[in-house]
Design a protein around this ligand. Sequence first.
Ligand code: ARG
Length: 570
Amino acid sequence: MNPFKKHICEILAEETGLSFSDISATLEKPPQENWGDYGWPCFSLAKTMRKAPPQIARELAGKIQSDGQIESVTAEGPYLNFSLDRKAVIEYVCKQIFSAGDQYGSQDVGRGKTVVIEYSSPNIAKPMGIGHLRSTVIGAALRKIYELLGYQAVSINHLGDWGTQFGKLVVAYNRWADQEKMAKEPIRELYRIYVKIHDQAEDDKSLEDESRAMFKKLENGDPEITELWKKFIEISYREFKRIYELLGVEFDAVVGESFYQNKMPDVINLMDDKNLSRISEGALIVPLDDYKLEPLLLKKKDGSTLYSTRDLAAAIYRRETYKFDKMIYVVGVAQSLHFKQFFKVLELAGYDWVQNCRHVDFGWVKLGSEMMSTRRGNIVFLEDVIDQSIEKASKIIAENNPDLDNKDDVARQVGIGAVVFADLSVKRQTDVAFDWERMLDFNGHSGPYLQYAHARLSSVLGKHGDDFDRNTDYGILSLPEEFKLARMLLEYPEKIDEAANHNEPYIITAYLLELVGLFSTYYQKYKSPTDKILSDDRNLREAKINLTYSIRTVLKSGLNILGLEAPEKM
Ligand code: ARG
């Protein structure tokens, strides 16, 4: 908690006799900006004091003195409003940011706690789609958010590398794989034959049987087929890794579903021991009618286990291995029912830690008409999207700034930034539409817009040089935007906390857009020799530069959380 808020809570606790935590939970941002920086509703005192809230507010306002941190206290209806001391706020944030650097915003609420974050989790032998990109981008951002809060974060990529579809794939490979294409574009080739066998199996039942038999062989460890399956994994992961490297995304553990294969008997036994499972039409299920849910399928008629059985095993294994305090699954909203079912089954099995497991769902990614041209089969190749974005960014940059030195690098940063930002440009549960115009609009709601602001801030700072006087007189910063900017910087740590509480990176997105918007106004509005950042007045310039430096530091930190690079020129 920032020292200003803490100070206000302490004063209020003393004046009212309420607890510090009750007050801090109800201290808010006033609905109107000119009412001050913090507002406290006096309703909760009405009963004990037997007075109307507006009267209580007036009385309290009369009692609380302004001091070095509080500039004034006023009553506005039932609200008690506090305005902070401008100089104190600007000085505090600038000094704080100078000393913390890129760790500004880090906290210790998560110290000693472990959070498991599962994200990306694409399927082997299929290209990574834009749905998996969204999981990757949201998950990677959450990981950084939790880490800033002091959590030990364990990121897991739960690869889809098991299931009857691998029987199909082996059959298809043996029949149709074109080795030349396998050497050149293996994923596309695997995907082609995968689509083909699905199509043909619809008319040709024998293909289904053959595939099932093939999967049985794989389950039984047939060496030749296992070898082939391993090859599929290797080829696929090599491709995925290329994308992860482009995005700057990492995992602590890449563990496919197949890893849990030998843990299936334990899960099945556990369900039996707890008297949760039943045979139904030859399959083994956990009925969940009492909870108005479809039954969870543990084993098919043919004896093979399923996605959900492996998820049960994975959760139990992760809890044993990482002793997590919290586990989140970043997976599309389409799988909501699955998560409800398997969380419920864990709960029924007596695992109370499941209360701390969350399905962090996200909406669909929709494609504009131009994107459709990248369709092959019925999936969009993520790499195509990224490549196109880089190419488009490159054209825009060549036009805007033909003399830029490292154009290719910047185009890569901006092109990727545009795609990544698109996924984070709305709340996670909201669907997103990939729209090139908007994604690459340097003046709009886009990644490049934020990156461009970073480049502009860097350019101003570059013109100033490396000479900072951190103990300059901050009291001379009198423009309203300067205080507002500092006030926003003061809020950054709270935003990180809030983003973790809601598992919502968009809170950081929205914050950065607002910060950059405010900075742009400030930058455009004040151009006079004294008012501009590189003011002719030496003392003013020192203070303005320090604030500018602080804004850049926070913008860079926020971009880093979202997974965007922060170019110094563009
Ligand atoms: N591989 C799955 C898919 O693409 C996502 C896995 C989600 N994670 C989980 N633990 N079920 O649909």
